[in-house]
Ligand binder design. Structure first.
Ligand code: NOJ
Length: 752
């Protein structure tokens, strides 16, 4: 590793040239291929099939390591394990693999380390709201350092599914709705997990998932069918994966869903033509849990053997938990339905990654790596991540930040729920380390009165309402901390209604009747529709599920020690009936507009059937979201002016420089996220009304002004047309620089 760093440094300072680097890279590749081939030459067919087997165990298993598992490793029948969370087992299994298995091939130990291992960061949708690649990278680095101390060297993250429907439970794990933002985050996560070098003992190989279209499940129902046309696949769903592969993600996971009739784990075109040929992926593919045998209920494979045949022929390398390869590959070979060459090639992909990870030289868990679990720096990073992820949605009369002398009634089912604030996919995060809001308030000696009001987010009992209202009456401000328990989002936890569950809305209405200002702090795995209560509350702070340090982060934001700087990575609907909803939609032939909008109540009784003047909207809720993509307030205000383009003619040989002046017009220092959007007005296929093409953060003192600059080239505007030609067509473009997708200074240019 030291040598690699030195080498890069020498190139950077020009002591050796890149030409030499290419020779070295080629030599390294040859060397690696030689090692892989030498090993393959010694392996039996059984051992090869074994490498394709990812054996899942339950992390809750107690007692001695089952003999059956040890024997399977001894015989070379397992390539990797999932969820072995007992370090003694990890050490013992690896010892058997490298000392007793036929060719001493090390195992890889995998785990879902999604947004932290022990120190839990905000859920990925929250991290996406930070629009901060440094936060994404640092959080995944910490996760890798902590998890690798348990022997986990492979994480099933980052999840890069574009999500346009907040009903979908797994939107919590997603990077949101935008391919540009998701690509930047994907790249950062991979860098963080994998670190500087794959063979560093704290490196965890990444797994970009779920390939592909999992977030496009019809109606937001998890595991459901996706229908994605080929341009959409290329322009929206694939880019984050492309970015992750470019950043070096060593693995990719096929999704549970079918897209256009083909389940991902058996989709030959997807796994061969798109993944390998188009995206140049050179790691290995793992299926999702049983997704190979789930091709049977999908109606794509007739039985387990057929499922194995389809998976192997599609190029799906490693089967997670189901055993169709293990049970049938040999027979399929005898029957000529697959070839040994195919098996060998699938195994080669896996061995290559094992070599890159340095496992053959250094297979053992580093017993000296304590993981620095819950280290002070880890916790501080988690707290900063929670602050940067939080989105201030409403702040009437600048009620926030609160004065430290304010008497507060803290009410709500999530004000003191150490486990719930961690969010989905946090098997290893210990709730005993969580700092809840009430803990933070107590530590800071704020004058507050705490009444839960509802004992969990779905609670419908009103028995504590009176007590809560009394507490509110004795205070200056009510801070209601509610939302969704962790279990209401995540895998298999989609909701048809996404408002505050249980009697939370009712309680908020009762509290508002006291006339005291209400600050609503939400912890949830998705946007929560607020239409029923938005008028009752004075401020809304969305903290997603903020993780271990959520309470301290919330305290700091409420009292203005720090400013929430998150911006929405998803469009926030008024009602679930608007979903799917996303800013980068198409215009339609009858674009919705304020002028043409007809509200349901303004239609005369007995009106004659007519479509004239009507546009693409809902009669009852219109066409705008509650809060647009990119939206978020801070504790100061910013003014945008002087938008300038260096040229209004973009060509293949020039670049467009876009500058804009941003001034802090408020009274305190603050950070603004400046967003750049473009519209390609006419195309051989219709183009979205807006597409994010850049974002930059700018920190300004009160009264300070700075110029923010973006650069665009023709390459940044390319897209796939209906012939799947990647390019750019000549014509007019609109450009906006602003605070969110619904706002901005506007200009235009031509591409010639
Ligand atoms: C199923 C989930 O879809 C996937 O994301 C996860 O990595 C695997 N289970 C393993 O736990």
């Amino acid at each position: 590793m030291y040598k690699t760093k030195l080498y890069i440094l020498l190139i950077l300072i020009g002591i050796i040239s890149c030409k030499e680097e290419k020779t070295t890279v080629a030599t390294t590749t040859d060397h690696l291929e030689k090692k892989v081939n030498n090993l393959l030459a010694k392996m039996t067919l059984e051992e090869k099939i074994g490498q394709l087997n990812l054996r899942g165990t339950s992390s809750r298993v107690k007692g001695a390591l089952p003999e059956e598992l040890k024997q399977a490793v001894r015989e070379g029948k397992i390539g990797a394990f999932l969820n072995v969370m007992n370090t003694e087992y990890v050490d013992e299994l690896q010892k058997i693999a490298i000392n007793e298995s036929p060719n001493k091939i090390p195992l890889i130990f995998a785990r879902d380390v999604i947004h932290g291992f022990k120190t839990i960061f905000p859920i990925p949708l929250g991290l996406a709201a930070s629009w901060d690649t440094k936060v994404a990278e640092a959080s995944s680095r910490v996760a890798a350092v902590e998890a690798s101390s348990y022997g986990v060297r492979w994480t099933f993250a980052p999840m890069l599914d574009i999500a346009r429907d907040s009903r979908w439970g797994r939107i919590a794990e997603s990077p949101g709705e935008d391919p540009y933002l998701a690509s930047k985050l994907g790249e950062a996560y991979v860098k963080g997990f994998q670190g500087d070098s794959l063979n560093d003992p704290t490196s965890m190989i990444a797994c970009a998932k779920h390939f592909i279209g999992y977030g496009a499940a019809i109606g937001g129902r998890d595991y459901n069918t996706a229908i994605i046309n080929k341009e959409l696949l290329q322009n929206v769903y694939l880019p984050p994966f492309k970015a992750a592969f470019k950043a070096g993600s060593q693995t990719v996971m096929t999704s549970f869903n079918e897209t256009n009739g083909i389940p991902a784990s058996g989709d030959k075109k997807l796994l061969k033509d798109i993944l390998r040929k188009q995206l140049h992926f050179d790691g290995f593919v793992v299926s999702d849990w049983n997704s190979v045998t789930e091709m049977i209920p999908h109606g794509f494979a007739k039985d387990e053997k057929h499922a194995a045949e389809i998976g192997i022929n599609a190029g799906m390398n490693m089967e997670m938990t189901s055993k169709s390869y293990e049970n049938h590959a040999k027979k399929l070979l005898e029957e000529g339905k697959i070839s040994e060459k195919q098996i060998t090639s699938l195994v080669a992909d896996i061995l290559r990654v094992k070599f890159r990870m340095g496992l053959f030289k250094n297979p053992k868990r580093d017993a000296n790596n304590s993981g620095n679990l819950y280290a002070k720096e880890h916790l501080e990073l988690a707290k900063q991540a929670a602050i940067k992820s939080s989105v201030l949605l409403k702040n009437d009369k600048n009620i926030l930040p609160l004065d430290k002398k304010t008497k507060i009634a803290v009410i709500g089912p999530l004000a003191n729920k150490p486990r719930e604030q961690l969010g989905t996919w946090t098997f290893d995060g210990d709730k005993a380390h969580s700092i809840t809001p009430t803990m933070a308030f107590t530590k800071e000696e704020v004058a507050f009165n705490f009444v839960e009001g509802l004992s969990f987010s779905r609670d419908t009992s009103e028995k504590e309402f009176k007590k809560a209202v009394n507490a509110a009456k004795k205070s200056d401000v009510i801070v209601f901390i509610g939302g969704e328990e962790a279990i209401l989002s995540g895998e298999a936890h989609s909701r048809a209604n996404i408002n505050l569950p249980g009697a939370q809305e009712k309680l908020i209405k009762e509290l508002a009747k006291t006339g005291k200002p209400v600050v609503l702090v939400i912890m949830a795995g998705r946007p929560i529709t607020l239409t029923n209560i938005i008028e009752e509350v004075d401020a809304v702070l969305m903290t997603w599920h903020p993780g271990t340090m959520g309470g301290e982060a919330i305290y700091d934001m409420l009292f203005g020690n720090q400013e929430p700087t998150g911006r929405l990575p998803v469009t926030w609907p008024k009602t679930a009936g608007q979903l799917p909803l996303f800013y980068n939609h198409k215009n339609t032939g009858r674009p919705a507009s304020k002028e043409e909008f007809v509200h349901i109540d303004s239609i005369p009784i007995g009106a004659w059937q007519s479509s004239l003047g009507n546009t693409s909207h809902y009669l009852d809720v219109g066409f705008t979201p509650h809060f647009p993509f990119g939206y978020g307030l801070g504790y100061t205000t910013f003014q945008y002016s002087n938008l300038k383009l260096s040229t209004n003619k973009l060509t293949n040989s020039n670049q467009l420089e876009i500058t804009v002046a941003i001034k802090n017009t408020g009274e305190r220092k603050g950070e603004e996220l400046v967003q750049l959007y473009v519209q390609d007005v006419v195309g051989s296929i219709t183009r979205p009304v807006k597409e994010l093409k850049g974002f930059k953060k700018v920190l300004l003192k009160s009264g300070e002004e700075k110029t923010v600059k973006f650069t665009l080239s023709a390459n940044d505007l390319k897209y796939y047309n209906s012939e799947l030609v990647y390019g750019l067509e000549k014509g007019d473009f609109k450009i906006w620089v602003g605070k969110n997708a619904a706002n901005g200074l506007k200009s235009s240019f031509v591409y010639e």
